[in-house]
Design a protein around this ligand. Structure first.
Ligand code: 8YV
Length: 312
């Protein structure tokens, strides 16, 4: 059987080449409207990434679709219910990126608290010639609140333990036998934290979970870090919070309208921003590529997926 694969998102070149060589894959974004109609009618596999929006209406263009392969762990952009109603399988790339995302989370926590980017600017702009950089916020021994204690949250907790941090968390449910304090209320978690780390899944259920009351509870010395999805933090509330000193600072790898980032977040000593790059190391992007390829190869061979997204 000839399986037609549609590439509907940016992928690493090596993965694209492997899929093109091994199977029959076409780039949907480069196709004309006529070509798209023809390709969509025949496509059995759709390759997307963590930022893709795959709505029920979009899926309706692909009557033969049997698999959505996601180059990313997050699938909040995919209408999973709609796909599952049609019997379309979904696979993603969990585990292989956990360490990188946790590393980046700690990097942002340190960079924001110790104002590493502001300090570099200070040297570059000649500030050091007139005196030292203002004192910054201590990380070791601080209280870390983790919003979303999944694989990535737990990898961050492991790292934070080496910084002698006290760890507490909020999640949909309390983890059995966990060493960390559970807070059913996000506001209460924020009030009990020096640093609030956002690691929860994106999507409608978590939209604007971190809003003005949470930031007020975190307080004027508190640092917010987001390596999850921009939608989880209310960006207007965040800008108001940094503007008015309601929180002490923010380290952000994700934004609500990527790749557009509000200019109000630029050039602040207490705000560190990066372009959604937590999993973007050579080693991890290779591992993610291999996992996408292996999932598609398993599907082609009629085998079970290696990392299926569990049915809702
Ligand atoms: C990637 C991500 O940036 O895994 C995710 O959910 O957001 C990131 O690892 C993305 O999927 C690649 O485009």
């Amino acid at each position: 059987m000839c399986y037609n694969i549609i590439k509907a998102a940016m992928l690493p070149d090596t993965l694209t080449q492997r899929l093109e060589q091994q199977f029959h894959m076409v780039d949907y974004q480069r196709a004309t409207a006529d070509e798209r109609r023809r390709l969509a009618a025949e496509a059995q596999v759709l390759v997307v990434n963590g930022e893709s929006v795959v709505s029920e209406v979009f899926l309706a263009q692909f009557p033969q679709l049997s698999l959505i392969a996601d180059f990313g762990v997050g699938y909040d952009g995919i209408d999973v219910m709609a796909a599952q109603r049609r019997g379309i399988q979904i696979c993603n790339t969990p585990e292989v990126l956990t360490e990188d995302v946790a590393d980046m989370a700690m990097g942002l926590l340190l960079a924001t608290s110790r104002q590493l980017v502001g300090a570099q600017r200070f040297i570059e702009q000649g500030g050091w010639l007139s005196g030292g950089y203002p004192w910054t916020k201590k990380v070791s021994g601080g209280r870390l609140g983790i919003l979303g204690m999944g694989r990535i949250g737990q990898a961050i907790a492991q790292r934070a333990a080496a910084f002698n941090m006290t760890i507490a968390y909020n999640d949909y449910r309390q983890l059995p036998a966990s060493p960390w304090a559970f807070y059913p209320s996000i506001v209460e978690l924020a009030a009990a934290s020096d640093f609030l780390m956002v690691c929860v899944n994106g999507g409608e259920k978590t939209r604007s979970l971190v809003n003005a009351p949470v930031m007020a509870a975190l307080g004027s010395e508190g640092i917010l870090i987001n390596i999850a999805r921009g939608t989880v933090v209310d960006e207007a509330d965040l800008i108001a919070a940094v503007d008015h000193g309601i929180i002490g600072g923010a380290g952000l790898d994700v934004f609500s309208d990527e790749p557009r980032v509000p200019a109000a977040l630029f050039n602040r000593p207490n705000v560190v921003i990066t372009p959604h790059m937590s999993s973007a190391t050579h080693a991890t992007r290779r591992a993610m590529s291999d996992l996408v390829f292996d999932n598609i190869a398993a599907f082609m061979a009629g085998q079970p997926l290696l990392t299926p997204v569990a049915p809702y």
